[in-house]
Write a protein that binds this ligand. Structure first.
Ligand SMILES: [Zn+2]
Ligand SMILES: [Zn+2]
Length: 109
């Protein structure tokens, strides 16, 4: 498996969008939120690659629940996370692993 550490210069810019693709605020679940509190939280927030899914957004067959592969961090944990060695691709793509098809829940049966 190919692995690579992310330079700290890149972790400094890791940040999800404040609204999801449907324009819902990731802090308060309100569409088109204009809350000064949410904006202040967002601007002060620090992010790192999710420790559960390594940024691939799935843990096994289950959606991780992180923000598109990122999780909120403290400045200390983000510095620590920047030294993590991360896989380039999720382990379910490993050649010797059993093939796994990951389908959205509504299609799985
Ligand atoms: Zn909000
Ligand atoms: Zn995750």
């Amino acid at each position: 498996m190919t692995v690579q550490a992310i330079p700290e210069t890149i972790t400094a810019v890791l940040r999800p969008a404040r609204y999801n693709y449907a324009q819902v605020c990731i802090a308060c679940d309100t569409r088109w939120c204009t809350s000064a509190e949410c904006l202040a939280w967002y601007e002060a927030s620090v992010w790192q690659v999710c420790h559960r899914c390594d940024g691939f957004t799935f843990v096994g067959l289950n959606p991780c629940g992180c923000f598109h592969g990122l999780e909120e961090a403290s400045p200390e944990s983000a510095a620590e996370a920047s030294r993590r060695v991360l896989p380039i691709r999720p382990s379910f793509y490993d050649e010797d692993a059993e093939p796994v098809r990951v389908l959205p829940r509504r299609w799985a049966n």
